[in-house]
Design a protein around this ligand. Structure first.
Ligand code: ZN
Length: 259
């Protein structure tokens, strides 16, 4: 799969996708919107098509574009996730493999891929290269508690406690300690915004995107790669260090900085 448009600096090839999840419903995502975290976040990792491999692109400027999709719990199963849920029945711990068929990545993304947050940031796993163009879709997708449990029931391969997000040296305030060896809370805590600019592809009109809410320090915004072409004519609003402006219509494809 290729991802392009939507203000991405070029064409990207999809390398892999993966999930971050929590032990509880109020945590698990690596991004928060208006301070709210979600129980599950999917990352679709793409690398610049001018490189031959992900490894080659990983430490290059604009080398990576990661799409982030947040999930919230629903009473109903998400059919798009079901092939994964089915296969997870046969996986008990880290390191085991199972072939998965019938996954349609596009169907795990929001129908409307024109509404997203965008920022330049890093990988959330070591070595945390600052080479990622993040796209976080605004609209959370759905997953049932039963499907999410398939992830939460996974075990660590070596029996270590899942407290990687509770490292006191990093000042983390990560998830609850896990006394049962379950592979959960594999997320990185929110990082300081510093001078990052966060763009938004839709008008800052709703309470959900209240500029004041965006001003609160420790935030990380989600980004998602786009299906080719869908975002070519999007409007971008931008934010720098918590100050933002409005941009409602007629933006250039590159957007406009409003600070
Ligand atoms: Zn990730």
């Amino acid at each position: 799969m290729f991802v392009e448009g939507g203000g991405l600096p070029g064409r990207y090839r999809t390398a892999e996708f993966h999930f971050h999840w929590g032990s509880r419903d109020d945590t698990g995502s690596e991004h928060a919107i208006e301070g709210v975290k979600y129980p599950l976040e999917m990352h679709v990792v793409n690398y610049a098509a001018r490189y031959d491999t992900l490894t080659e692109a990983v430490d290059q400027d604009d080398g990576l574009a990661v799409l982030g999709v947040l999930f919230q719990i629903s009473d109903r199963d998400n059919p798009a996730f079901e092939p994964l849920a089915e296969s997870l029945q046969y996986i008990h711990k880290a390191g085991e493999f199972q072939m998965v068929g019938g996954v349609r990545l596009r169907s795990l993304l929001p129908k409307d891929t024109s509404r997203f947050y965008r920022y330049s940031g890093s990988l959330t796993t070591p070595k945390c290269f600052e080479t990622v163009t993040w796209t976080i879709f605004e609209e959370p997708q759905k997953i049932s508690a039963r499907q999410l449990a398939r992830l939460r029931d996974l075990l660590h391969e070596d029996g270590h406690y899942s407290d990687v997000t509770n490292d006191p040296k990093s000042g983390s305030v990560g998830g609850a300690h896990n006394a049962h060896n379950y592979l959960v809370d594999n997320w990185r805590p929110l990082q300081a915004l510093h001078s990052r600019i966060i763009k938004q592809s839709f008008p800052f009109a709703s309470p959900r995107t209240d500029p004041m809410a965006l001003r609160k320090g420790r935030r990380q915004i989600i980004s998602v790669p786009q299906v080719p072409g869908l975002l070519d004519n999007m409007a971008l609003g931008m934010q720098r260090s918590g100050t933002l402006g409005y941009h409602n219509a007629g933006a250039s494809p590159q957007g406009r900085q409003l600070i």
